[in-house]
Design a protein around this ligand. Structure first.
Ligand code: PXP
Length: 242
């Protein structure tokens, strides 16, 4: 499945900066338009239960006003299911969520939560929303995603990004093996979390991966070079790795 690797740009942290002052600036919608101009293939936004960055209104505006596919990251709750069904984003990525965490730590336990997730995946799918499960790169989780009939999985690359040396090599192999397994089962594998200019290329070189979702680093880098330039450079590194 080697070919163009899509880049989903996560704009949550534009909203984090906006919310630090409570006004309308900087507007994540403007960032989404700039991301499109910079070569993003999709926009990703996580509506957290505590609304610490993206708000309900942001989701409505993103869905209504951007041309790129919207990937809504959401916890597996009835409230979020209702919001997804109302806005009908292109994709919904189900993520684990804990209020006290700073970011999404670890993947969704799709195997352990099977009975809870099954009706949710079915309802999103019936509404024409492409379901993705944000999971650890393991056989057990890929197998659960298959049984849940999720068309997409996104592998959590946070551990790969944060460990070094031999541990990173082990984690990298887990991601590559899980991507191959997903494709064998007919699932489209994506990856994301903690990716930067320095660590993206080995991940981008995994031929089965179809999409990477990257946020914090791109928004941080945009402070120095602008969002357009930070995305263009990431896009170039990804393309060069293929
Ligand atoms: N993919 C998922 C499912 C996520 O939850 C996040 C973080 O919100 C990302 C990708 C992007 O991670 P980062 O902001 O570290 O690039």
């Amino acid at each position: 499945m080697s070919g163009k690797l899509r880049l989903g740009v996560n704009i949550d942290h534009v909203a984090t900066i906006r919310n630090a002052r409570g006004g309308p600036h900087p507007d994540p919608l403007r960032a989404a338009h700039m991301a499109e101009a910079g070569g993003a293939d999709g926009i990703t936004a996580h509506l957290r239960e505590d609304r610490r960055h993206i708000t309900d209104e942001d989701i409505a505006r993103l869905k209504g006003e951007i041309a790129l596919p919207l990937n809504l990251e959401m916890a597996a709750t009835e409230e979020m299911l209702g919001i997804a069904l109302r806005h009908r984003p292109h994709a919904a990525c189900i993520v684990p969520e804990k209020r006290e965490e700073r970011t999404t730590e670890g993947g969704l336990d799709a195997a352990g939560l099977f009975d809870h997730l099954q009706p949710m995946v079915a309802r999103l799918t019936d509404a024409g929303i492409r379901v993705s499960l944000f999971i650890e790169p393991s056989e057990r989780q890929v197998d659960a995603a298959l049984r849940l009939k999720a068309p997409v999985v996104e592998f959590h690359t946070g551990r790969y990004a944060h460990v070094g040396g031999d541990e990173r090599a082990v984690e990298y192999k887990r991601i590559a093996d899980a991507a191959a397994l997903a494709v064998q089962g007919g699932i489209e594998p994506h990856a994301g979390h903690g990716l930067t200019y320095d660590n993206v290329q080995p991940i981008a070189a995994i031929p089965q991966l179809a999409e990477l979702n990257i946020g914090h680093f791109l928004i941080g880098e945009a402070i120095y070079v602008g969002l357009d330039a930070s995305i263009r450079r990431m896009r170039q590194l990804m393309d060069d790795a293929r």
